[in-house]
Design a binder for this molecule. Structure first.
Ligand code: NI
Length: 167
């Protein structure tokens, strides 16, 4: 396992529609290890494969809650989404920016775990937000795409002015 460089807004890999994982080989296991190590090194609560330059449908999460197990989701699908929540959201690929984003309140996500076994995760609150944010990454969608056009323009302007050294 190793800590990988996080890709930042502007890197085309963040806009790719990622491919499904077909086989749970050593490459996929290594990818999951790298995602976990990089997420913890960056102090994030979730990290998707395209964020380390790999356009595959894999992400890891750990919302740092003693009652919520960290996890790995491969080929995830949101099968239920109900209610609404509005909270401030950020992203390791757009450091220094955050904005209020409206998301579903409760979601059920189905997919495979890091060993290729089927899993079903029910979530609300922060975990629900995190799972929706990470699923978006696999379709090339970032949180700045889910705010009003005016706020998006402001965020992009701020991003373009930010010093390279903070990225
Ligand atoms: Ni993100």
């Amino acid at each position: 396992m190793s800590v990988r460089d996080v890709r930042y807004l502007g890197d085309p890999v963040l806009r790719e529609k990622c491919q499904e994982v077909e086989a749970f080989d050593t490459d996929v296991r290594a990818l999951v290890g790298d995602l976990l190590e990089t997420m913890y090194a960056e102090d994030g609560i979730g990290l998707a494969a395209p964020q380390i330059g790999v356009p595959l449908r894999v992400f890891v999460y750990d919302v740092r809650d003693d009652e919520i197990e960290p996890g790995v989701l491969v080929n995830p699908r949101i099968v239920e989404a109900t209610g609404k929540q509005k909270e401030v959201e950020g992203c390791l690929s757009i450091p220094g920016l955050d904005e209020v984003v409206e998301r579903s309140g409760h979601v059920v996500v189905e997919g495979l775990d890091g060993a290729g076994e089927p899993v079903r995760v029910e979530a609300e609150g922060l975990l629900s937000r995190c799972l929706q944010h990470e699923c978006d990454h696999l379709d090339g969608v970032l949180f700045i795409d889910r705010v009003s056009p005016l706020k998006r323009r402001m965020l992009l302007k701020k991003w373009s002015k930010m010093d390279e050294s903070v990225r």
